[in-house]
Design a protein around this ligand. Structure first.
Ligand code: 13P
Length: 254
């Protein structure tokens, strides 16, 4: 069975004290993370080491950075490299979140460079894709998402994509309370898997965990994660509340 993942994306939220309190509450919560599952905390850069220390010794609890720079090192004031993340033991990096695409003008071509440096340093990208409302309303979401994958990933070999994680996050469902239906999520996840199978192999496509993101809550997680091609979630708002997020983690496929 491919990995089932509940990933928190805290975005630009929480002070250090609030972050520590949240993780303490989660560590005390009745969370079950079985062998083929992972809980990933996507935390702001300044908290990575601290949260990693807090979860040390807890199996299958890992941290993710929310971004990285596309260059390895040098005169790029304010940026954070994958080499730095690697040196503090961070295993995952969220790449291409729609908020970064929109507010920081990240393009598919730049994301291809970021994915490259992640693989060069052995960090696993959680690669985000997903369409805006106008594209969904025009009915062209499948080709739109396919193009995002094509322009940022298809230059890679199947070998380098092993252990890859994709997050499908329809923009119209992010922070809006308007979740994609489980049918809409399944349809897109199956499409993404088919696209990866056509480009690489069904073996590779079957090994990729595809997470759903967009207003995941304790009340809809089980239904969404129960879909055959939905391998967990990338969770924003609900990951900031310990009781909500622990219920979401416990909704992963067993
Ligand atoms: P919400 O769960 O707040 O809708 O955010 C989803 C998201 O963007 C996760 O990366």
């Amino acid at each position: 069975m491919r990995k089932q993942i509940a990933a928190a994306n805290w975005k630009m939220n929480l002070t250090l004290y609030q972050a520590e309190t949240l993780v303490n509450d989660l560590l005390a919560a009745p969370i079950e993370i079985s062998e083929h599952q992972e809980l990933v905390f996507g935390v702001p850069f300044p908290y990575l080491i601290d949260i990693q220390k807090k979860t040390e010794g807890r199996e299958r609890m890992l941290v993710a950075a929310q971004n990285c720079y596309s260059k390895v090192s040098g005169a790029y004031t304010g940026e954070v490299s994958v080499e730095m993340l690697k040196s503090i033991g961070v295993p995952y990096v969220i790449i291409g979140h729609s908020e970064r695409r929109e507010y920081c003008n990240e393009t598919n071509a730049q994301l291809a460079e970021k994915v490259n440096v992640c693989f060069e340093y052995g960090l696993k990208p959680i690669f985000c894709c997903g369409e805006a409302l106008a594209i969904r309303e025009a009915g062209t979401q499948n080709s739109y998402v396919e193009n995002q994958l094509k322009e940022s990933l298809f230059h890679l070999t199947a070998e380098s994509l092993t252990g890859f994680v994709i997050a499908y996050e329809p923009i119209w469902a992010i922070g809006t309370g308007k979740t994609a239906t489980s049918e809409q999520a399944q349809e897109m996840h199956a499409h993404i898997r088919a696209v990866m199978a056509a480009q690489y192999s069904s073996e590779l496509a079957d090994s990729i965990s595809i997470l759903y993101g967009g207003s995941v809550k304790s009340t809809n997680a089980k239904e969404l994660f129960g879909q055959p091609d939905v391998d967990g979630g990338l969770v924003g708002g609900s990951s900031l509340v310990a009781t909500e997020f622990s219920a979401i983690v416990n909704s992963l496929k067993k």
